[in-house]
Design a protein around this ligand. Structure first.
Ligand SMILES: *Cc1c(COP(=O)(O)O)cnc(C)c1O
Length: 373
């Protein structure tokens, strides 16, 4: 029997190459490679329509979008954020000379716990940067209430939340700004890419200047901006991806369902329930390995690896375990018991559009081997 191919936690979805060639021909013909060219403009418009948002500025990646979002709102001092995320969330603060203040998460949502946000506010606090972890919506109403009470800005790191909607509409309309990533590993990818979503044309103009060195016109520079522009190749690819993204999310949904069915009843593996969102994007499939499972979390991680199945421990280690954050007063396990426990238990199983039903069953079978009652 042929040895099964390795299975990674994710694999980028790519449309048929032939579909991309006409876009390249157009770029070769018009010789516009970047600086807000026709594909860039078209992708901004089509993403606004698809996502149900007012204004969107494309970036070359999500991290530059986060950096620029903090600049656009002139954030200084302290920002309250989550330790349970990809490290770019708080790196964007250090790059801006801002002090991250870590607050604990809610065990059900994996997102910042609003009560803990309020407790972390000091006179230096200027903003909150929550993450819709795994695309699971934050309690945006409670967070907005706190922000309004204390006059704070809210910037959502929405890198996982492409297309996520609740009964109130797109989750990307919450807060002052939301930041998307279109990295290869995300639900919607442009190879590398990102975006800031904002609510008014003035803010959009400010963001567009900041991502282009601060230029207003040929001879006027109004801010120490950066180069964060998305190229025409990436924007063209995004336009093509957008035609396939619904189908890709639908495929993720089927895999999510198969995992939930297959893992139900395995002792010691708990699967976080849906949060009731009207539209999830199934970007990740996290499970928690409890004490009564037949292996430790790392034991299962290693066991899967032996079978060439590369699950990932998102998010372990916590951001607060990295050396540039470890010394901060808010970075202790005592301050972050829920996040610390989640980081010790979590395992993200492979989920991506091209994962086959047989692959899913292979993963489930290995998980089941050590969880029989
Ligand atoms: C992927 C990711 C980012 C960074 O996005 P890039 O496009 O890779 O720069 C930021 N925050 C979170 C939560 C992410 O998952």
């Amino acid at each position: 029997m042929k040895k099964a191919d390795p299975i990674y936690v994710t694999q980028p979805a790519l449309p048929p190459l032939a579909e991309f060639l006409p876009y390249l021909e157009q770029i070769w013909n018009n010789k516009v490679l970047t600086n807000g060219g026709p594909f860039h403009q078209q992708l901004e418009q089509e993403l606004c329509k698809y996502l149900g948002v007012e204004h969107l500025a494309l970036f070359s990646n999500g991290t530059l979008a986060l950096l620029t979002a903090l600049q656009a709102l002139r954030i200084t001092g302290e920002v309250i954020t989550t330790p349970y995320s990809f490290v770019a969330t708080s790196h964007s603060m250090l790059w801006n000379g801002i002090k991250p203040v870590f607050a604990d998460i809610d065990p059900h949502t994996f997102n910042l716990d609003p009560a803990r946000i309020e407790a972390a506010i000091t006179p230096q606090t200027t903003a909150i940067m929550p993450v819709h972890c795994y695309g699971r919506p934050c309690d945006v109403e409670a967070i907005q209430k706190i922000a309004d009470n204390y006059n704070l800005k809210v910037i959502y790191d929405a890198a996982h939340a492409f297309g996520v909607r609740t009964e109130q509409g797109s989750i990307l309309n919450a807060g002052d700004l939301s930041v998307l990533s279109f990295h290869a590993t995300k639900v919607f990818n442009t190879f590398e890419g990102g975006a800031i979503i904002c609510k008014d044309a003035t803010t959009k103009t400010r963001i567009d200047r900041l991502k282009n060195f601060g230029f207003v016109n040929e001879t006027t520079v109004v801010a120490p901006g950066i180069n964060g522009k998305m190229s025409e190749i990436n924007a063209a690819f995004g336009l093509l991806q957008l035609q396939h993204v619904d189908q890709m999310i639908e495929r993720r949904r089927a895999i999510d369902r198969a995992y939930r069915e297959g893992l139900a009843g395995i002792r010691g593996i708990s699967v976080p329930g849906y949060l009731g969102e009207a539209a999830a994007n199934y970007s990740y499939f996290p499970v928690l390995i409890e004490a009564d499972y037949g292996l430790s979390r790392d034991g299962l991680y290693d066991k899967l690896k032996e079978h060439e199945i590369y699950a990932r421990r998102y998010f372990y280690p916590l951001i607060t375990d990295f050396p540039m954050y470890r010394g901060l007063p808010s970075a202790t396990a005592e301050n972050l018991p829920v996040a610390t426990e989640a980081a010790a238990k979590v395992l993200c199983l492979p989920i991506y559009p091209n994962l086959t039903e047989a692959d899913v069953q292979r993963v489930i079978a290995i998980c089941a081997e050590y969880g029989r009652s």
